[in-house]
Design a protein around this ligand. Structure first.
Ligand code: ZN
Length: 124
């Protein structure tokens, strides 16, 4: 059974087909939610000034149409429980490998670790 909520599906639908395929597959096994797909100019600038993103408008894969980045969190959501983000992330990376989808995990970024963030490994 797919565990994604309607809201999650709406956000996922703003993403690249490979990300849709990947997250839908993962959601069959892990309870998770999509908190961000495509991010418009206002939301990107806000995320930047709130310190939630290192990127200004146009510098993030969330700003492409369709979005080449997706933010996914484990449910029930507890931002302090990093182990659960690690577990979900490992699952997502493993499934991506199985599906032959080349992605990067925000956890591996230099500086600010972005645990919920996954993006296609392509040049903008
Ligand atoms: Zn992100």
């Amino acid at each position: 059974m797919n565990t994604l909520s309607k809201k999650s599906i709406q956000k996922l639908n703003t993403c690249h087909s490979d990300l849709k395929r990947l997250i839908k597959t993962v959601a069959l096994e892990e309870k998770c939610a999509v908190i961000c797909g495509f991010r418009g100019r206002y939301e990107q600038e806000k995320a930047y000034y709130d310190g939630k993103s290192k990127a200004k408008w146009g510098m993030s894969k969330h700003n492409l149409k369709p979005s080449q980045a997706v933010d996914v969190v484990p449910l029930p959501l507890d931002w302090n429980n990093i182990e659960r983000f690690e577990k979900l992330g490992r699952k997502i990376m493993q499934k991506a490998d199985e599906l032959n989808i080349n992605i990067k995990w925000g956890r591996d970024f230099k500086g600010l670790k972005d645990y919920p963030h996954f993006e296609l490994n392509t040049d903008i």
